[in-house]
Ligand binder design. Structure first.
Ligand code: GLN
Length: 489
C-alpha cells in the first residue's frame, strides 16, 4: 500500500467494501498525507483526526460483521468551514467565529455521513466566502499545490487545494459567484455549481442567499457527480429546494439517456467571454470546443449581450445581501470571549465588529450604501433588472443549445499578494462565473489543459436542472484533455 490517498472515491468504496484494505488503513494514510503537505499548502483550518479514525474503525467493524455500506463508504471528505458540522468548530475563516462550535449538522453533512463518508477536516476560505483567492482568511492564506507561491483561487481555496493535494478524495465548497469553479480551475480539479434549489442550504452560513449553492469538488467528473447525486434533493429545512430530479448516477457513472444520446450535443461557445480571456486560456477553451465537435457535437459561437453588466449586477446584489447577513455578528448571539463589563453598548458593539477583516468590512459598507433609501433605485433595483434580462437571454439561448462553454477564469493563477490591495482588479476575475449564479443555472469547471504548469478549466453551463447533460459534455472534455497529473508535493 502506501498510495491509497491517491484513489478516487469510487475506488476507495469498492476497496473498503471488498476488504482489499480497511477504512482505518486508508484514513491513516490520508492523515499522514495531511501532516506532510499542510505546512506548505494550509488547506485546513481544523483537522478532525480522532473522530475520523474512530469512524473508520466503526465502519471496518460493521463491514466485518456483514453490514451494508453506503456509496461513499470510507471516503475521506473535507468540508468548507462555512458549512456547519456538529461538534466541529466552524469559523467561516473569520475571527468573529473563532470559537463557534455548531450544535447541528448542515443537511449536506448528514447526507454525506449517511452515505458512509468520513469528514477529515474543515477547509480554509476567504472570510465568510467573500473573495477569489483565499487570502482574506483570518487563518492565513491557502497556497496553490501546483506552485505554493500562487493563489489557489477562492473562496473555496482550501477545499480545492485539499482535493488537488490528495489530502482527501472529494470536498464540499460553496459557490455564490464562482467560489467553487474558480479554485477548481486554478487547482486543476472538477467543481460543480448546481442549479439553485437542487441542494439544501440548511447549515450553510449565509453570504448571499439568492445566489449561493453548496457545491461538490473532486479530481474526476464522476467523483464530483457522485457527491452531487448524494447531496441533492428537497429538504423541509430549506424551502428553496425543489423536488425536480436533475441527476442520476450509479456509483459515479453518469450513464446515458440524456439529450446527448439522441443526437450530438448542441454546444455554444460564448464569444465575449472567450475573447476577453488571456490568450492561453482562450486557446484551451477553443481546444475543448474542437474536442466536443470531434465527438459529434454541433458547435457554434454565440453572443451573450448581458455579459457587459453581469459583474456590476452581481457585486451590487451580493454586497446588499452580505451587509444584511453580517449584521447578526454582534458578539451577543455568536462570537468570542470579550467581557462587556465597563463598555457602553454602542462601544462594545463597534469594538466587537471591528474583528471583521478588510473585505467583509468593505462589503458591509458597499451593501448598506446600495440598499440605502437614496440609492436603492439607482443601484439595487437596476442590478435586479439586469439579472432578469440575463435570465431571459439565457433562456432563449437554451432553446437552441444544450450547453454553453466559456473560460472559468480569464487568467492563470497569480502570485499571492498580487491583487489583494486592489479590490476592483480582484472582482474583475469573477466576470465568467457570476453569470450562472445570477441566472440560477448549473455550471461547472472541468480541467481542459495546462499552460505554464497550471491547469486551465473550461466552464460548462446548462439550463436549469440539466445537470446530466452538462456532465456528459464535461466527460468528453475530461477524456480528451490529458490532464491526469498531480502536483509534486
Ligand atoms: N469572488 C466572488 C465574491 O467574492 C465569489 C465568492 C463566492 O462564490 N463565495 O463574491
Amino acid at each position: 500500500m502506501g498510495d491509497l490517498y491517491r484513489l478516487t472515491a469510487s475506488q476507495i468504496t469498492s476497496g473498503v467494501r471488498n476488504r482489499d484494505f480497511s477504512a482505518e488503513e486508508y484514513i491513516c494514510e490520508i492523515l499522514d498525507r495531511i501532516e506532510k503537505v499542510e505546512p506548505k499548502v494550509n488547506a485546513f483550518v481544523t483537522v478532525n483526526k480522532e473522530q475520523a479514525l474512530n469512524q473508520a474503525r466503526i465502519l471496518d467493524r460493521w463491514i466485518r460483521d456483514g453490514g451494508n455500506v453506503g456509496p461513499l463508504a470510507g471516503v475521506a471528505v473535507s468540508i468548507k468551514d462555512n458549512i456547519c458540522t456538529k461538534g466541529i468548530r466552524t469559523t467561516c475563516g473569520s475571527n468573529m467565529l473563532r470559537e463557534y462550535v455548531p450544535p447541528y449538522d448542515a443537511t449536506v453533512v448528514t447526507k454525506l455521513q449517511n452515505s458512509g463518508a468520513i469528514i477529515v477536516g474543515k477547509t480554509n476560505l476567504d472570510e465568510f466566502a467573500m473573495g477569489s483567492t483565499t487570502e482574506f482568511s483570518a487563518y492565513g492564506p491557502t497556497r496553490n499545490p501546483w506552485d505554493i507561491s500562487r493563489v489557489p483561487g477562492g473562496s473555496s481555496g482550501g477545499s480545492a487545494a485539499s482535493v488537488a493535494a490528495q489530502e482527501c478524495a472529494v470536498s464540499l465548497g460553496s459557490d455564490t459567484g464562482g467560489s467553487v469553479r474558480c479554485p477548481a480551475s486554478f487547482c486543476s480539479i472538477v467543481g460543480i455549481k448546481p442549479t439553485y434549489g437542487l441542494v439544501s442550504r440548511y447549515g450553510l452560513v449565509s453570504y448571499a442567499n439568492s445566489l449561493e449553492q453548496i457545491s461538490p469538488m473532486g479530481r474526476t467528473v464522476s467523483d464530483a457527480a457522485l457527491v452531487l447525486d448524494l447531496i441533492s434533493g428537497p429538504d423541509e429545512k430549506d424551502h428553496t429546494t425543489t423536488a425536480t430530479p436533475a441527476i442520476r448516477t450509479t456509483g459515479g457513472d453518469i450513464g446515458t439517456g440524456a439529450d446527448a444520446d439522441k443526437r450530438g450535443l448542441r454546444v455554444g461557445l460564448i464569444k465575449e467571454l472567450t475573447a476577453g480571456a488571456d490568450a492561453e486560456v482562450s486557446r484551451i477553451v477553443y481546444g475543448a470546443f474542437d474536442l466536443l465537435s470531434s465527438h459529434d457535437c454541433s458547435c457554434t459561437e454565440v453572443s451573450l449581450n448581458a455579459v457587459d453588466y453581469a459583474l456590476a449586477s452581481y457585486y451590487t446584489i451580493a454586497t446588499a445581501e452580505a451587509s444584511s447577513n453580517l449584521a447578526r455578528y454582534d458578539n451577543l448571539r455568536y462570537g468570542f470571549d470579550m467581557d462587556p463589563e465597563g463598555y457602553e453598548w454602542n462601544t462594545y458593539f463597534a469594538k466587537a465588529r471591528s474583528n471583521f477583516g478588510p473585505e467583509a468590512k468593505r462589503r458591509i459598507i458597499v451593501g448598506s450604501y446600495v440598499l440605502s433609501s437614496g440609492y436603492y433605485g439607482k443601484y439595487y433595483l437596476k442590478a435586479q433588472k439586469v439579472r432578469a434580462l440575463l435570465k431571459q437571454e439565457l433562456k432563449s439561448l437554451y432553446k437552441d443549445y444544450d450547453v454553453l462553454i466559456a473560460p472559468t477564469m480569464p487568467i492563470l493563477p497569480f502570485k499571492i499578494g498580487e491583487r489583494v490591495e486592489d479590490p476592483l482588479k480582484m472582482y474583475l476575475a469573477d466576470v465568467d462565473t457570476v453569470i450562472a449564479n445570477l441566472a440560477g443555472i448549473p455550471a461547472m469547471s472541468v480541467p481542459a489543459g495546462f499552460s505554464a504548469g497550471f491547469g486551465v478549466g473550461v466552464q460548462i453551463m446548462a439550463d436549469e436542472f440539466k445537470e446530466q447533460t452538462m456532465l456528459q459534455a464535461a466527460q468528453i472534455v475530461e477524456s480528451g484533455a490529458g490532464v491526469n497529473r498531480s502536483p509534486d508535493l
